[in-house]
Write a protein that binds this ligand. Structure first.
Ligand code: SF4
Length: 142
């Protein structure tokens, strides 16, 4: 059967165009959908692109990288990123949730700064080691 034929209910197929971000080639993907079903993806040069087209149409996600406040370190903010892309429509809420967050040094790269961000099941992880620094007047016992 040729997937490009109109569906039995009539020509209610819609075509959506996305740019694959899987690699620098940036293939132009055409995703045919009927209601919430993807019926065909065209334009990909590898299977990764086909998967990306389906994902982008059904559940678009983006990675989030930012910085959050850290106390007791040599610098005031530490870089973090989500362990996996999160739903695109939750990006602003995620940035807002992280805006006022403060963690304490020391932290290690890969350490979880926030578990299950906004109930997505995805953690926010620290991407840089930051040791604790002693303030003037502190002793090693502090
Ligand atoms: S479809 Fe494959 S080759 Fe094309 S941009 Fe996506 S990952 Fe790269």
């Amino acid at each position: 059967m040729n997937d490009r034929q109109p569906t039995a209910t009539g020509d209610d197929r819609s075509t959506h165009v996305y740019l694959c971000t899987g690699c620098p080639l940036g293939c132009r993907l055409e995703v045919d959908a009927v209601d919430d079903d993807v019926v065909e993806v065209r334009g990909f040069s590898c299977r990764k692109g086909e998967r990306y087209g389906r994902q982008e149409h059904l559940d678009p996600r983006r990675p989030l990288s930012t910085t959050i406040w850290i106390e007791g370190a040599a610098i005031r903010r530490v870089p973090v990123r989500t362990a996996a892309p999160i739903p695109r429509d939750q990006l602003l809420a995620a940035v807002e949730a992280l805006r006022g967050l403060r963690i304490a040094a020391p932290v290690r790269r890969g350490e979880v700064a926030v578990a299950d961000l906004l109930g997505t099941g995805i953690d926010v992880i620290v991407t840089r080691d930051l040791p604790a620094v002693r303030r003037r007047g502190q002793t090693t016992a502090d």
